[in-house]
Design a protein around this ligand. Structure first.
Ligand SMILES: [Zn+2]
Length: 135
Protein backbone atom coordinates (compact mmCIF):
# COMPACT_ATOMS: atom_id res chain seq x y z
CA UNK A 1 0.00 0.00 0.00
CA UNK A 2 1.28 3.46 -0.82
CA UNK A 3 -0.01 6.96 -1.35
CA UNK A 4 -0.91 6.20 -4.93
CA UNK A 5 -3.10 3.16 -4.38
CA UNK A 6 -6.10 5.28 -5.33
CA UNK A 7 -4.77 5.44 -8.88
CA UNK A 8 -3.89 1.79 -9.22
CA UNK A 9 -6.04 -0.65 -11.12
CA UNK A 10 -5.52 -4.27 -10.06
CA UNK A 11 -7.36 -5.37 -13.21
CA UNK A 12 -4.79 -3.71 -15.45
CA UNK A 13 -2.58 -6.78 -15.08
CA UNK A 14 0.91 -7.05 -16.41
CA UNK A 15 0.27 -6.38 -20.08
CA UNK A 16 1.24 -2.73 -20.04
CA UNK A 17 3.48 -2.45 -23.08
CA UNK A 18 6.37 -1.82 -20.72
CA UNK A 19 5.50 1.76 -19.86
CA UNK A 20 6.76 2.85 -16.46
CA UNK A 21 6.68 6.13 -14.57
CA UNK A 22 9.34 6.58 -11.92
CA UNK A 23 7.70 8.47 -9.06
CA UNK A 24 10.05 10.68 -7.01
CA UNK A 25 9.98 10.12 -3.24
CA UNK A 26 7.19 12.13 -1.69
CA UNK A 27 5.67 13.30 -4.96
CA UNK A 28 2.15 14.58 -4.35
CA UNK A 29 -0.73 12.59 -5.79
CA UNK A 30 -1.86 15.38 -8.10
CA UNK A 31 1.61 15.66 -9.61
CA UNK A 32 1.69 11.92 -10.27
CA UNK A 33 -1.79 12.10 -11.79
CA UNK A 34 -0.62 14.93 -14.04
CA UNK A 35 2.35 12.85 -15.16
CA UNK A 36 0.11 9.87 -15.91
CA UNK A 37 -2.15 12.10 -17.95
CA UNK A 38 0.84 13.43 -19.90
CA UNK A 39 1.97 9.90 -20.73
CA UNK A 40 -1.50 8.85 -21.91
CA UNK A 41 -1.68 12.04 -23.98
CA UNK A 42 1.68 11.45 -25.55
CA UNK A 43 1.19 7.78 -26.35
CA UNK A 44 -2.31 7.12 -27.66
CA UNK A 45 -1.71 3.37 -27.82
CA UNK A 46 -0.63 3.12 -24.22
CA UNK A 47 -3.34 1.20 -22.35
CA UNK A 48 -1.70 1.28 -18.93
CA UNK A 49 1.40 2.47 -17.12
CA UNK A 50 3.20 1.00 -14.14
CA UNK A 51 4.15 3.29 -11.27
CA UNK A 52 7.61 2.71 -9.87
CA UNK A 53 7.80 3.89 -6.27
CA UNK A 54 11.08 3.71 -4.36
CA UNK A 55 12.56 1.63 -7.14
CA UNK A 56 9.84 -1.01 -7.11
CA UNK A 57 6.87 -1.42 -9.45
CA UNK A 58 3.89 -0.72 -7.20
CA UNK A 59 1.04 -1.37 -9.60
CA UNK A 60 -0.50 -0.40 -12.90
CA UNK A 61 -2.85 2.41 -13.86
CA UNK A 62 -5.09 1.62 -16.81
CA UNK A 63 -6.26 4.32 -19.17
CA UNK A 64 -9.90 3.34 -18.62
CA UNK A 65 -9.65 3.45 -14.84
CA UNK A 66 -7.71 6.71 -14.91
CA UNK A 67 -10.33 8.32 -17.13
CA UNK A 68 -13.03 7.28 -14.65
CA UNK A 69 -11.09 8.75 -11.73
CA UNK A 70 -10.35 11.97 -13.52
CA UNK A 71 -14.00 12.25 -14.49
CA UNK A 72 -15.03 11.64 -10.87
CA UNK A 73 -12.80 14.35 -9.43
CA UNK A 74 -13.78 16.81 -12.14
CA UNK A 75 -11.04 17.71 -14.54
CA UNK A 76 -13.15 20.34 -16.21
CA UNK A 77 -14.20 23.08 -13.87
CA UNK A 78 -16.90 25.64 -14.22
CA UNK A 79 -20.55 25.52 -15.13
CA UNK A 80 -20.18 25.67 -18.89
CA UNK A 81 -21.63 23.03 -21.14
CA UNK A 82 -19.59 19.92 -21.64
CA UNK A 83 -17.02 20.67 -24.29
CA UNK A 84 -17.33 24.42 -23.94
CA UNK A 85 -13.97 26.06 -23.50
CA UNK A 86 -12.43 22.64 -23.24
CA UNK A 87 -8.76 23.42 -22.89
CA UNK A 88 -7.83 20.26 -21.06
CA UNK A 89 -7.73 22.14 -17.78
CA UNK A 90 -6.47 20.24 -14.77
CA UNK A 91 -7.99 20.52 -11.30
CA UNK A 92 -6.30 22.82 -8.86
CA UNK A 93 -3.20 24.88 -9.46
CA UNK A 94 -1.04 23.76 -12.35
CA UNK A 95 1.90 21.61 -11.45
CA UNK A 96 5.11 22.60 -13.08
CA UNK A 97 7.04 19.57 -14.08
CA UNK A 98 8.95 18.14 -16.93
CA UNK A 99 8.59 14.59 -18.13
CA UNK A 100 11.80 12.90 -19.21
CA UNK A 101 11.42 9.96 -21.56
CA UNK A 102 13.90 7.10 -21.71
CA UNK A 103 13.68 4.39 -24.33
CA UNK A 104 15.42 1.06 -24.71
CA UNK A 105 17.63 0.71 -27.76
CA UNK A 106 16.79 -2.99 -28.07
CA UNK A 107 13.03 -3.15 -27.45
CA UNK A 108 9.83 -1.10 -27.08
CA UNK A 109 10.26 -0.37 -23.38
CA UNK A 110 9.80 3.19 -22.18
CA UNK A 111 10.38 4.83 -18.81
CA UNK A 112 9.16 8.28 -17.80
CA UNK A 113 10.81 10.28 -15.06
CA UNK A 114 10.10 13.63 -13.46
CA UNK A 115 13.78 14.18 -12.80
CA UNK A 116 16.78 13.56 -15.03
CA UNK A 117 19.68 14.16 -12.70
CA UNK A 118 20.40 10.53 -11.99
CA UNK A 119 21.71 7.47 -13.79
CA UNK A 120 19.47 6.44 -16.67
CA UNK A 121 17.20 3.52 -15.82
CA UNK A 122 17.95 0.01 -17.02
CA UNK A 123 15.55 -1.86 -19.26
CA UNK A 124 13.47 -4.49 -17.45
CA UNK A 125 15.25 -6.99 -19.71
CA UNK A 126 18.62 -7.06 -17.99
CA UNK A 127 20.59 -7.85 -21.14
CA UNK A 128 19.35 -4.62 -22.77
CA UNK A 129 21.21 -2.44 -20.30
CA UNK A 130 20.81 1.28 -19.75
CA UNK A 131 18.08 3.22 -21.53
CA UNK A 132 18.60 6.43 -23.50
CA UNK A 133 17.15 9.84 -22.67
CA UNK A 134 15.06 11.15 -25.54
CA UNK A 135 15.60 14.77 -26.63
ZN1 LIG B 1 14.76 -3.41 -23.65
Amino acid sequence: MNAYHLLLDPAAGQDVRARRIVVPDGAPLDLVATAIMAVFDEDAECAAVTLVVRGLPSGAVSRARFAQLVGAIGVHRGDGAVGAGDGGTLPGPPNRFELFTYTCTACDARVYRLEADRQPPDCAVAAHGAMELQP
